[in-house]
Ligand binder design. Structure first.
Ligand SMILES: [Zn+2]
Length: 352
């Protein structure tokens, strides 16, 4: 955790000092200044009733898939949505490309996760927020729902989407953001949010029962980095990551050895890899346990900080969590349908 803090500082340092290219230091601020100077008050800057894109559709940019998918669900055909970070992309390390900045500059509003998840974009969003509305989905989350790991100071764990019930609390920010820009459609956004919340509730209940069926001794989730603390809290699992809260920290040999001890002592049957984080640390755990006579298998690939492929069920927030819940429950000895709550999950590789 200490390491993570140091790394957060390092990110801030980099944001201030290393993005010293002409583009970030001079061009972008000037662009913000010139396009923003007609309107000095940021609270009135939003383009109310005047979405800039064609056909009256609101041009919206969202960062990670978990945010973009829900913005799309609630905004429907009223918005034109661009997602900055696709499948397999690690948001902790992501830097804005010129294309991204172009998308952000021409958007009517922007949605992020917040809580420093998009650490290297923070500076860009702070500047953009002076010109147009930037909504962090976690903005109104009650403090008592935030996890603050020991040693992380005041920095809450950003991976809130792993607790479906907590994530459902974040829908209102999206409804508010869209409704402010397109007030004529506020009722429509609200009714879509109500329907979507019902799907989230069903998924959360599935999580409770599926993960709840794992035998007590195997209720340990070992993954590459600390993305699953909210998942563990919501569904009553002990969660251990090889790396810290951010993938910026390096896993130490000592941490690997501690986890190997635990896997061997508790006879944990499976560990998990993540789609957006390299597998080497998890493979080191498996080798370590094997050298001590305990076979651990890879329980599968979980979606932690990015969703599955676009156009698939796993490429939606509901599918992502259905996949994680189902895979963890089944690999650790619990009961869950092979194709998940919805019956729409892809079968594990190698099966027809
Ligand atoms: Zn993460």
């Amino acid at each position: 955790m200490q390491k993570w803090l140091l790394n957060a500082d390092a990110v801030a340092f980099r944001m201030a000092n290393r993005h010293s290219s002409f583009f970030f230091r001079i061009f972008l601020p000037l662009l913000v200044l010139f396009t923003g100077c007609q309107n000095g008050d940021p609270s009135t800057a939003p383009t109310e009733n005047s979405p800039s894109s064609n056909g009256g559709r609101l041009k919206v940019v969202a960062t990670v898939g978990m945010v973009a998918d829900i913005v799309g669900e609630i905004g429907g055909e009223r918005i034109e949505l661009a997602q900055l970070m696709g499948p397999g992309v690690d948001p902790h390390l992501y830097k804005a490309t010129r294309d991204d900045v172009q998308q952000i500059m021409t958007a009517d509003l922007v949605f992020t996760n917040g809580l420093m998840l998009e650490g290297r974009l923070e500076d860009t969003f702070n500047r953009i927020a002076q010109k147009k509305p930037v909504f962090a989905m976690t903005r109104d989350l009650p403090q008592d729902l935030l996890l603050k790991p020991d040693g992380a100071g005041d920095h809450p764990d950003p991976h809130v989407w792993m607790d479906v019930a907590a994530w459902a609390n974040c829908l209102d920010v999206i409804t508010e953001g869209l409704s402010k820009s397109l007030p004529d459609h506020a009722t429509e956004f609200q009714s879509r949010a109500v329907a979507y919340r019902k799907s989230l509730q069903a998924l959360h209940e599935y999580g409770l029962s599926a993960i709840g069926s794992i035998p007590e001794s195997s209720r340990v989730l070992v993954t590459s980095h600390d993305a699953f603390n909210y998942f563990g809290r919501a569904y009553n699992l002990e969660v251990l990551g090889v790396q810290g809260l951010s993938t910026e920290s390096e896993a130490g040999l000592q941490r690997i050895n501690e986890l190997v001890d635990l896997l061997v002592e508790r006879k944990v049957p499976a560990v998990f890899v993540e789609s957006s984080v390299p597998q080497k640390n998890i493979l080191a755990l498996i080798d370590g346990a094997k050298s001590r006579g305990h076979e651990v298998k890879i329980g599968g690939e979980l979606f932690s900080d990015a969703m599955g492929a676009a156009g698939t069920y796993e490429g939606t927030y509901l599918g992502m969590l259905d996949h994680n819940i189902t895979m963890v429950a089944r690999a650790l000895g619990g009961t869950a349908p092979e194709r998940g709550l919805s019956g729409r999950l892809a079968l594990p590789k190698g099966q027809p």
